[in-house]
Design a protein around this ligand. Sequence first.
Ligand code: HEC
Length: 169
Amino acid sequence: MRLKSLLAATAAVMVMGSAHAGGHENPNAWVMNAPTDEERFELIQGQFGGYARAMWEIGHRFRGMRGALRNGNFELAQYHLEEMEEALDDGNQRRPRRAANSERFFPASLWKEVDEAFGSGDADKAWAAFDRVRNACMGCHVAENVEFMNRQPMFEDRGQRRQGRPGRE
Ligand code: HEC
């Protein structure tokens, strides 16, 4: 009897111990359940993703920008531009080896000039600026050996000539 209760007590301690192994009982606490801080940071780092994650957002904003210009909504185009710049910065922070080409094709002056062109409210200037953005995206894809990225509808649609015909992308 004594041995049995000793075993039961030991088992209970082990169960409790394993439930608290990562310090938390919640199976959804995927960060906190990792045994060390280092492993927790690694998990978080991995979840942010790399360049592809940034590009996913940038592609969304690029299409949003074109749609905004088509609707004559220059403020929305400026908004997408600003968010796009931040997303590219974040991508460069995560993948520093891409930063040189990123800055080569998107120097600080380009962001500023495009922003001014959108802000001018002049549709011709705004579309010319959009084209500069498009060319910079495509140039960097070639420089970074992902030229195949350029062969997709997002880049085939130059925008301006479809003005007044919203509905695509
Ligand atoms: C540093 C140069 C660089 C610049 C500037 C750049 N890209 Fe990219 N882009 C890449 C690379 C590299 C990849 C492939 C990512 C990977 O391999 O992880 C990519 C991938 C993509 C993808 C595919 C993302 C996915 O996984 O769905 C899209 C869409 C994209 N870029 C759009 C754009 C647009 C739009 C712009 C301009 C506003 C742009 N890119 C500017 C380098 C660049």
